[in-house]
Design a protein around this ligand. Structure first.
Ligand SMILES: Cc1ncc(COP(=O)(O)O)c(C=O)c1O
Length: 394
């Protein structure tokens, strides 16, 4: 695995400046221009032939690459500390293209059972039909060696997990993958590269729903894959063939969002801890799932492998689903909406959103109970968030 050493500058400096070197000079625009063109000219057929022969890096067509997309890609690669990155039309385009770049019919992938529901359904329904088998392990990786077969090609993990915020031991999973020659893949959406940089620990491919924290404003759908130049070239080929490329307008919004990633994540982590502590003390709350709380089973691991505890949390109310529904119907400042990672705080019932269309047994394995409320904590003033939670729980 060849990845660049961890970034040289601070994370927030990297978020603002990486990939945007063209801003220096006389009358250079400070904001990266949106190159909307779907296609690009060649000066002559000789240059066209050179492109066809793989000898030129010229832009030809935006599905293959585009200067605005390239800035977003350079920023994400710099933040993740990887050689390269590719941006996509959605997180699921990133995940499906990355998995299909690694796996073919007859192969097997080991994945954590606690996963974003869309990724789980992709593995359960689509990959299975393509002849690719997924074997699930718990987030603590217990019994992972039993999932190995001569056909196992990849290990796919998500940490912290959606929605129960369990952690996978990043070093342990990477060491297992290395020992058995597996391609290691991780969904880093919840943590963001601000809180953990898996490539530095040996992960081959880091995927993101950039719709969430990277974009940060609930105004775009986007994805990204980061990794070595070799792996990203393979993923890009898959994206070009499947068509999950990003639109330049979205890339511009994504670049703008990433520029404030550091300050947003810092404030959101602080807000989330305040919210988690408030909920933990509330008499109607049975359990809070937040890695920043000492009561969380993975608190020690979170302190070891993350630079902050993130701003996603979940909680169970003593009254189960009726109480959870009542709470969600009563919030005023928190919005009742799927997704996460934006500036505004959101609540959601995972059984009706990310984890719909799953059996009781699948929900049990994913750690989702019907009364689980998932919370994405935003950047509002913490006192206002607490006041809203208090009135909604009353
Ligand atoms: C952890 C995680 N990964 C991937 C995705 C899929 O991303 P997108 O909705 O951008 O396709 C989501 C969406 O909620 C997610 O939460």
């Amino acid at each position: 695995m060849k990845n660049k050493p961890a970034r040289q500058q601070g994370a927030q400096t990297t978020a603002i400046h990486a990939g945007e070197a063209a801003r220096h000079g006389v009358s250079a625009p400070v904001d990266t221009p949106i190159v909307r063109s779907s296609t690009f000219t060649f000066p002559n057929t000789r240059e066209m032939r050179r492109w066809a022969e793989g000898k030129s890096k010229a832009y030809i067509y935006t599905r293959y690459g585009n200067p605005t997309l390239a800035v977003a890609e350079a920023k994400i690669a710099a933040l993740e500390g990887t050689e390269a990155a590719v941006v996509t039309a959605s997180g699921m385009a990133a995940i499906s293209s990355a998995l299909l770049a690694v796996l073919k019919a007859g192969d097997e992938v080991i994945s954590t059972a606690q996963l974003y529901g869309g990724t789980y359904r992709l593995m359960r329904d689509i990959l299975t039909d393509l002849g690719i088998r997924t074997r699930l392990v718990e987030a603590d990786l217990a019994g992972i060696a039993d999932c190995l077969s001569p056909r196992t090609k990849a290990l796919y993990v998500e940490t912290p997990t959606n929605p129960t915020l369990r952690l996978v031991d990043l070093r342990k999973a990477a060491a297992f993958a290395k020992q058995h020659g597996l391609v290691s893949m991780i969904d880093n959406t919840f943590a963001t590269p601000l809180l953990q940089q898996p490539a530095a620990l040996g992960y081959d491919l880091v995927v993101h729903s950039a719709t969430k924290y990277l974009g940060g404003h609930s105004d775009l759908i986007a994805g990204a894959v980061a990794g070595s130049r070799k792996w990203i070239a393979r993923v890009r080929t898959m994206i070009i063939s499947l068509g999950g490329s990003m639109d330049p307008q979205t890339a511009h919004l994504l670049i703008r969002g990433i520029r404030t990633l550091g300050v947003r994540v810092e404030r959101q982590c602080a807000n989330a801890l305040t919210v988690a502590k408030f909920l933990e003390r509330h008499p109607k709350v049975a359990r809070v799932h937040y890695p920043g709380l000492a009561s969380h089973p993975d608190h020690a691991l979170a302190k070891k492998q993350m630079r902050g505890f993130g701003s996603m949390l979940a909680f169970d109310l003593k009254g189960g689903l009726p109480a959870a529904s009542r709470f969600c119907d009563r919030v005023r400042l928190f919005l009742l909406a799927a997704s996460l990672g934006g500036v505004e705080s959101l609540v959601v019932l995972p059984i009706y959103t990310s984890h719909y269309n799953m059996s009781q047994e699948e929900l049990r394995r994913a750690g989702v109970s019907p009364g689980t409320v998932r919370v994405s904590v935003g950047l509002e003033d913490a006192a206002d968030l607490i006041a809203d939670l208090r009135q909604a729980l009353a």
